[in-house]
Design a protein around this ligand. Sequence first.
Ligand SMILES: O=C(O)CCC(=O)C(=O)O
Ligand SMILES: [Fe+2]
Length: 264
Amino acid sequence: MTTAFNQIKSTLWENKQEYPLTVESLKQLIEHRIPFIRIKGFATHEECATLSEQSNFFTFNAYQDVTPKIEKVGITVFEYNKIGKADYFQEVEKASKLRDSIFAASFNPLERIMDKFRDCGAKVRIASEANYGNYYAGLIRKIENGTQLHIDFAPVEQSGWEVCTVTTQLSWTLYLKLSDNNQGKTCIYDRRGTPEDDQYKLDSYGYSDTVVKDADMIAFQPYVGDVLIFNTSNFHYVEPMNGQRLAVTSMIGLLPSGEIIFWS
Ligand SMILES: O=C(O)CCC(=O)C(=O)O
Ligand SMILES: [Fe+2]
């Protein structure tokens, strides 16, 4: 049984193929059987340019304790993990208003991606916490110096929050502005993070390359207007970019009930 599953899995990875978003590909992505989904032309170049211009009016904040530097507009649960839930939910309203004003003056990629999931038959909503309300979702993010090798998986990072009950975590990223070179690829490995991998951790989120030794890897080349969806419990990193790399993004989680939640 295990062997058969692994064979299917590695065959689909070895094809180095890109998949569009369909009911079938979403299921395969959740099962780690394909490396990623690309939604070509999710937004027009004009929409992306308008949204990029809007974000020029706002201050980007760098994540604390994350090197290389990653800057964003919006808040993340990751940053409030140690600070606490109450402080996070106090910031949600302000951050959401700012996001909504940016989207209102351009277009709303968060609604659009949620609709795409609905089209695949998924029941989707913004993540919410009893006694607090909705989470914040939808960062505008600059990753220009690349990232370390890492995974994103709330169950091991966020104990005590709704998002830590997800059984699978994906992310979606819409690329808004990219310098005209073929850099800044997102490299995804056919290797899931496990608790035993903690020994390879370098700092708050980065891992040593040893952990992906011998694992298959596929590099996603971002293009303006395209969306990347992948399974973030697979090890991955972003290559440095000589220039600009601006995107909108959030996390996506599958709950045991089958519902799909969005948050940042
Ligand atoms: O910007 C990207 O291409 C993906 C960044 C990333 O690490 C993620 O979405 O989890
Ligand atoms: Fe990531």
